[in-house]
Structure formats: C-alpha cells, structure tokens
Ligand binder design. Sequence first.
Ligand SMILES: [Ca+2]
Ligand SMILES: [Ca+2]
Length: 70
Amino acid sequence: MKTLHKTFALIALASSSAAFAASDFDTLDTDGNDAISQSEASVDAKLMSMFSELDTDQNGELSKEEFSKA
Ligand SMILES: [Ca+2]
Ligand SMILES: [Ca+2]
C-alpha cells in the first residue's frame, strides 16, 4: 500500500506541475486565506515565474482576481 500511495502522489505531482492552466486557486491556496503567497505558488514553477507580473498590486500575494489573469 505504501508504494501505491507514493505512485499516486507522484502522478498528482507530475500532473499538477505539467499543466499550470489546470492549477486550481483553492488547491494552491493551502492555508485557505483566499490569496496565494509566494511559498504557496512555489509548488508551480510556471506560476512562480509569473508571480511578480501577476501580483499587480505588489502586495506579495495573488488574489483570485490576479490569479485569474494567469
Ligand atoms: Ca494562502
Ligand atoms: Ca496581489
């Protein structure tokens, strides 16, 4: 069972990093404060590279509205 869980975790990780467009705001917002911090965004390399561009109000977090422009 442990191996199976690891496999599923790897698949989940691979699919989430492969397609940023499929990344879901609520999934990325792990602490549920309705904003994506840089550390929350760091799970997605593409999002991370766009972070400062998307953070239009430069408050260091992406709101849902800012994220929707990704
Ligand atoms: Ca958050
Ligand atoms: Ca912001």
